[in-house]
Design a protein around this ligand. Structure first.
Ligand code: PBG
Length: 331
């Protein structure tokens, strides 16, 4: 009986997979804590309050946020992105709380800068946490979100963050022209070193569900955000958004959500060659946690794999609720 195969492949891809040392030597990408931005929620109360839809994630008091900044420093995580929970009493039609120079976010910024000045602080610029209707902008009587009037508010919000010690603002509102307007406002007020991380390609996504729960806008949101956030069907449109934000003065761009939009991360980083961050959003985190809690997947393994996939796609950094756990895992 003839034995098969009779010839042998010269190239055997498996040679470079046979043991850990060679696998690590030929690895094309690496993941370190320096790639992570730790997404946190702050609230005005005391202590830590768990977010039901984000297992393992708490809303933090200002004091806890300061401790978190120290923790980030100890873990080698370079930056924190801060998102506020504002209770119903702090919300109104125009989201006026967002403009308060002594509001929750400015107070958290000061405390965190004080605790760990070496940690980068990135703030969300949008009105949704502060509006009674849950939109990122103002809401006209006819149900539309007025663009330019919203941008005026966003500039004031961004200046309040800059004055309180933010290192970078991250406008997530998707209004047209807001990057240019915020850049001009910064320059006019002397904040020439303020960085802008533009949520350049942000999609109208169901993956934000747990976040809206965490910031207290889930119940209040009227309608959807499809008139300002992108259609998940579109990819060329993302490149146009990025080009505009860069032309208007963005230093870095972001793609959001993350894993389902890795093709966009890849296109953006390959096309523009600018720092491209990806946001592994709340629904992505919740999916992994829920499946892990049910014993259906190995949570740690999938967490680390998902983060590495962002690097492979071309992300320079990942905003993630997993930052602490992942950094501990890497350490
Ligand atoms: C809105 C904002 C959202 C997120 C960050 N900033 C939600 C939205 O657009 O409705 C979502 C983040 C997440 O899901 O983790 N300003």
């Amino acid at each position: 009986m003839t034995q098969f195969p009779q010839s042998f492949p010269a190239t055997r891809m498996r040679r470079l997979r046979q043991s850990p040392w060679i696998r690590s030597l030929v690895a094309e990408n690496t993941l370190t804590p320096a790639d992570l931005v730790w997404a946190i929620f702050v609230h005005d109360g005391e202590g830590r309050v768990p977010v039901g839809s984000l297992p393992g994630i708490d809303r933090l008091s200002v004091a806890e946020a300061a401790l978190t900044a120290k923790r980030a420093s100890a873990l080698g995580i370079p930056a924190i992105a801060i998102f506020p929970y504002i209770g119903p009493e702090g919300k109104d039609e125009t989201g006026s709380g967002a403009l308060d120079p002594d509001g929750l976010v400015p107070r958290a910024l000061r405390a965190m800068k004080d605790a760990a000045p070496e940690i980068g602080l990135i703030t969300d610029v949008a009105l949704d946490a502060y509006t009674s209707h849950g939109h990122d902008g103002l809401l006209d009587a006819d149900g539309t979100i007025p663009n330019d009037a919203t941008v005026e508010k966003l500039c004031i919000q961004a200046l309040a963050h800059a004055a309180a010690g933010a290192d970078s603002v991250a406008p997530s509102d998707m209004m047209d022209g807001r990057i240019g307007a915020i850049r001009t406002a910064f320059d006019e007020e002397g904040f020439t070193n303020m960085m802008i991380l533009a949520y350049a390609a942000k999609y109208a996504s169901g993956f934000y569900g747990p976040y809206r729960d965490a910031i207290g806008s889930a119940k209040s949101l009227k309608g959807d955000k499809k008139t300002y956030q992108q259609d998940p069907a579109n990819s060329d449109e993302a490149l146009r958004e990025v080009a505009l934000d860069l032309a208007e003065g963005a230093d870095m761009v972001m793609v959001k959500p993350g894993l389902p939009y890795l093709d966009i991360v890849h296109r953006v980083s390959a096309t523009f060659g600018v720092p491209t961050l990806a946001y592994q959003v709340s629904g992505e985190y919740a999916q992994i946690k829920a499946a892990a809690q049910n014993g259906w997947i190995d949570g740690d393994r999938v967490m680390m794999e998902s983060l590495m996939c962002f690097k492979r796609a071309g992300a320079s950094g990942i905003i993630t609720y997993f930052a602490e756990e992942a950094a501990e895992n890497l350490g």
